[in-house]
Ligand binder design. Structure first.
Ligand SMILES: NC(=O)c1ccc[n+]([C@@H]2O[C@H](COP(=O)([O-])OP(=O)(O)OC[C@H]3O[C@@H](n4cnc5c(N)ncnc54)[C@H](O)[C@@H]3O)[C@@H](O)[C@H]2O)c1
Length: 340
């Protein structure tokens, strides 16, 4: 599957956000989604009807045994990612894995090791890096427009109350999903990408949403290796109807860069006094999942390292685990990156 010009046959495991992966593969001219797996037969039937997927499986291992498939997307609930990623690599498939990579440092390390041993392509679907205004922010930052960066923050605020309609057996309630690994993982990945390694985290959490079994609100403060400081805010107990807000703000000695997911703009403030000026750059909105999937397909077909690696996924998990531990234990926690 590595030669140029070939079309990459793909499989998608898990059909919630996995439906977006099917669409992304169908939009990428060099790929073709040929099979899906889900434990829910109704979801399989819908995928067949909506996207014309010819082959469906109720057991993901049968999909992995299909030699025609070169790469898979893992889009199942968080707790299955490690098991399915390892099985996919063992079956010789390239992998695009939904966030988070894994739920423990041990699982994350096992996947990193397996990717290194097999030499297969593995990309983390930290798709927020492909949100055009965030990608533009990264480009400006890399051009050193801000001079010495000293601070970055990113918030994830969402009204998730409507999720109660899925009932207490829904996996996010039942397992339950720790939303720091399920939501703030995006913000943590963005800050690691922009500001580099986080060495210490100090976090607080609490609980406002009665139906949810564990804390869903976090404030987390970061100290970065280069001396910068930062913060990630996660608020899922928001009762602001249908609210979903993600922002990204970076400050340096020479100015600031600011963007939100909801607005197609990047604010660039360059503090080169006396001509202190602010530009508002408009970007073309695009589906960040589709862009991530296209990048994954290209890295497989062109035999290149994917833009978001398994190590990136493992480092993000390490910071999330440090934040969760800090909030639980009421003390700052050093991030343990292990073999990353
Ligand atoms: N990158 C993003 O922006 C983004 C957005 C949403 C979800 N996600 C991630 O995607 C994953 C799935 O979340 P979701 O919102 O799609 O959940 P979902 O509940 O909507 O869908 C999950 C699907 O997986 C199926 N499933 C469960 N166990 C399975 C198994 N063992 N084998 C095969 N299929 C199985 C379920 O039947 C369901 O159809 C989570 O890890 C989540 O964090 C990422």
């Amino acid at each position: 599957m590595s030669e140029q010009g070939a079309r990459l046959k793909t499989g998608v495991i898990g059909l919630g956000v996995g439906r977006t992966h099917i669409q992304g593969y169908q939009a990428a001219s060099a790929a073709e989604p040929v099979a899906v797996a889900d434990v829910n037969e109704a979801a399989l039937e819908r995928a067949k009807a909506d996207y014309g997927i010819p082959t469906v499986y109720t057991d993901y291992r049968e999909l992995l045994a299909d030699d025609a498939i070169g790469a898979v997307s893992i889009c199942t609930p968080d707790k299955f990612h490690a098991e399915q990623a390892l099985a996919a690599l063992d079956a010789g498939k390239h992998v695009l894995c939904e966030k988070p990579l894994a739920l423990t440092a041990e699982e994350a390390r096992a996947i990193v090791q397996k990717v290194r041993d097999t030499g297969l392509k593995f990309m983390m679907c930290h798709n927020y890096r492909f949100i055009p205004q965030f990608a533009e922010l990264k480009q400006r930052l890399d051009s050193k427009i801000l001079g010495q960066v000293y601070y970055g923050d990113s918030s994830y605020v969402q009204d998730l109350y409507s999720m109660a309609a899925f009932g207490p057996d829904y996996w996010r309630f039942k397992d339950p999903q720790n939303f720091y690994l399920g939501g703030a993982v995006h913000n943590v990945d963005l800050l690691l990408w922009l500001l580099g390694e986080v060495v210490e985290v100090s976090a607080y959490s609490n609980h406002a949403w009665e139906a949810y079994p564990i804390d869903e609100n976090y404030v987390s403060n970061f100290r970065f290796a280069d001396g910068s400081i930062g913060r990630v805010l996660l608020l899922l107990g928001s009762h602001m109807k249908d609210e979903f807000f993600v922002d990204l703000n970076i400050y340096g000695a020479g100015g600031a860069l600011k963007a939100t997911m909801q607005s197609p703009h990047l604010i660039v403030n360059v503090a080169d006094l006396p001509s202190d000026r602010q530009d508002i750059i408009r970007v073309e909105l695009a589906n960040s999942h589709h862009l991530a999937i296209a990048a994954f397909v290209n890295s497989v077909l062109e035999d290149r390292t994917p833009p978001i690696t398994v190590e990136d996924g493992a480092r993000t998990v390490a910071v999330c685990l440090a934040a969760i531990e800090s909030a639980r234990e009421g003390r700052p926690v050093q991030v343990d990156y292990g073999l990353m």
